[in-house]
Design a protein around this ligand. Structure first.
Ligand code: SDX
Length: 389
C-alpha cells in the first residue's frame, strides 16, 4: 500500500490510528506463525504440539536462533555453552544479595540482565557471532538470576548452578536447593517450550524496535523484560494466581462463578483470558490445562484447578472469551511450589530465546522502526507572556 501522506489530509473524517497497532503487519518473520481463528501455533515450521511432545527447551532455542533443529553435535555444543555460562559475575551476585528484598522479581531481573552486559567479552569483530553468544549467555544466566534472588530475599544461601543438567533441571535445583524429580523437570521444560516465542507480542515488538536503532542485544532484552512485566502481557500469570488465592483465602464460601460474574459486572478483567490474536482457545492454554489437571490430581490439591474450570466456563458463557497461556500456567507453576511473583520471571527466562531470535532476524535485515502519530492538538497559537497567563 502506498505510504499515506497524512500532512494535508483532513483527518477528522479519516481516523488513521490503529490503536495498539491492532492488525498492523510491521515485519516478516520465520520465527512463528499464529492462526488466531483455528488456534494454531508454529515455531519455525514445527507445530507447538509436535514440539511439546518431542523437543527439549534447548532444541527449541536452537530452532528459533537457526530456523532448523540441531543435529546431535550441535545440540551437545549448545548444551555445553549453556552449562558453561550459567554462573553470574560476582558484582551481579552481590547486587542480587544486597538489593531490597521486597523488590519486584521482574525489576531485579531487568536490572541484573542490564548489569551482565558490563561483563561480556570485548567485541570480536564479528557482530553476528557476538550477538549469538550474547543470546546464549542471557538464556543461560536468567534462570540463575531469578533463583538467586528468590533465595536471597528469603534469607537462604544462594545455590550455584550445576555443570550438568538441562535449563529446567538447573532452575528448579537452584530455586529449591535440591535436585528436581523427572516429572517436575519435564513439566518445567514443557513450560519453557510453550512460552519461548509468540510472534509480535508487545515485548518482542519492543525488542525489535530497540534492535532497529542498532542498539545492543542487552538493551533490547532489558526493554523487552520491562514490556513483559505488565499485567496485560506477561504479568497476567501472577495476577491469575493472586485472583485464585484471593478465593482460596475464603475457600468455604468461594464461588468462582459468582466471583467471575461480579468482576465482569464491575467492568474488571479476568486475568488469563482474552488475546489480541487468538479468537479461540490458545493452543498453549490447552496443553497447560492438561498439565494443571494432572498435577492437581497428583498433589491431591484439586480445588484451584476446579475453580479454574468454573471460571473458564463462566467466561465462555458470559463473554465468549477463552483462556490464554497465562491462565493455566499459574496453577502449573503453583503446583511446582513456585511463588506467584516469580511466574512472570519464568515467562521471561523462556521468552529470551524468542526475543533474541527476533533480534538476530531484525539485525540481518534492518529498517528503523518509526511509525507516525496523528496530531490532534492546537496549531499556530499566539505567545502569551508568563505574567499574563
Ligand atoms: C500474553 O500478544 C501475545 O502474543 C501475548 C502472549 C505471548 O505469548 O506473548 O500471548 C502472552 O500477554 C497473553 C495475554 C495476557 N494478558 C491477560 O490475560 C490480561 C487480560 N486480557 C486482556 O487485558 C485482553 O484480553 C488482552 C490485553 C490480552 C487483549 O486485549 P485487546 O486485544 O486489546 O482486547 P480488548 O481489551 O479491546 O477487549 C475486547 C473486548 C472488550 O470488551 P468490550 O469493552 O468490547 O465489551 O473483550 C473484553 C474487553 O472488555 N475482554 C475481557 C478480557 N479480555 C478482553 N473482558 C474480561 N476479561 C478479560 N480478560
Amino acid at each position: 500500500m502506498a505510504q499515506q501522506n497524512l500532512d494535508n489530509i483532513d483527518t477528522t473524517e479519516h481516523p488513521y490510528i490503529n490503536k495498539g497497532l491492532e492488525g498492523i503487519v510491521a515485519f516478516s518473520t520465520t520465527k512463528s506463525f499464529i492462526d488466531g481463528q483455528k488456534g494454531d501455533l508454529i515455531y519455525a515450521g514445527y507445530n507447538i504440539d509436535t514440539l511439546a511432545e518431542n523437543a527439549t527447551f534447548e532444541e527449541v532455542c536452537f530452532l528459533l536462533w537457526n530456523d532448523r533443529l540441531p543435529n546431535s553435535t550441535e545440540l551437545e555444543e549448545l548444551n555445553n555453552s549453556l552449562k558453561s555460562q550459567r554462573s553470574l559475575p560476582q558484582p551481579v551476585l552481590d547486587y542480587i544479595k544486597s538489593t531490597n528484598k521486597k523488590a519486584e522479581p521482574m525489576a531485579v531481573l531487568r536490572t541484573a540482565v542490564s548489569m551482565i552486559a558490563d561483563f561480556q567479552d570485548a567485541p570480536s569483530g564479528d557482530a553476528e557471532k557476538d550477538n549469538r553468544d550474547d543470546a546464549i549467555s542471557m538464556t543461560a544466566q536468567m534462570p540463575t538470576i531469578i533463583a538467586a534472588f528468590a533465595r536471597a530475599r528469603s534469607g537462604k544461601e544462594i545455590v550455584a548452578p550445576l555443570d550438568n543438567g538441562s535449563t529446567a533441571f538447573n532452575f528448579l535445583y537452584m530455586l529449591n536447593g535440591e535436585k528436581p524429580g523427572e516429572e517436575a523437570e519435564k513439566t518445567m521444560d514443557l513450560c519453557l517450550i510453550l512460552h519461548a516465542e509468540h510472534g509480535m507480542n508487545a515485548s518482542t515488538f519492543t525488542c525489535r524496535a530497540i534492535c532497529s536503532t542498532e542498539s545492543d542485544m542487552f538493551s533490547a532484552v532489558t526493554g523487552a523484560i520491562g514490556a513483559l512485566k505488565g499485567p496485560l502481557h506477561g504479568g497476567a500469570n501472577t495476577a491469575v494466581m493472586n485472583m485464585l488465592l484471593e478465593m482460596d483465602a475464603n475457600a468455604e464460601t468461594a464461588d468462582p462463578v459468582q466471583f467471575t460474574k461480579d468482576r465482569l459486572a464491575s467492568k474488571k478483567k479476568i486475568m488469563g483470558f482474552g488475546h489480541r490474536v487468538y479468537k479461540t482457545f490458545d493452543p498453549r492454554a490447552r496443553l497447560l490445562r492438561g498439565m494443571s489437571k494432572s498435577l492437581s490430581e497428583e498433589t491431591g490439591q484439586t480445588e484451584l484447578y476446579e475453580w479454574s474450570e468454573s471460571i473458564l466456563k463462566t467466561m465462555k458463557d458470559e463473554k465468549n472469551i477463552d483462556p490464554n497461556v497465562d491462565f493455566f500456567s499459574a496453577t502449573v507453576y503453583y503446583s511446582l511450589g513456585i511463588e506467584p511473583d516469580l511466574f512472570t520471571c519464568i515467562f521471561a527466562m523462556s521468552r529470551v530465546s524468542g526475543w533474541t531470535a527476533h533480534y538476530l532476524e531484525q539485525d540481518a535485515n534492518n529498517r528503523l522502526v518509526r511509525p507516525r502519530a496523528l496530531y490532534i492538538g492546537e496549531k499556530n497559537l499566539d505567545w502569551t507572556p508568563v505574567e499574563e497567563r
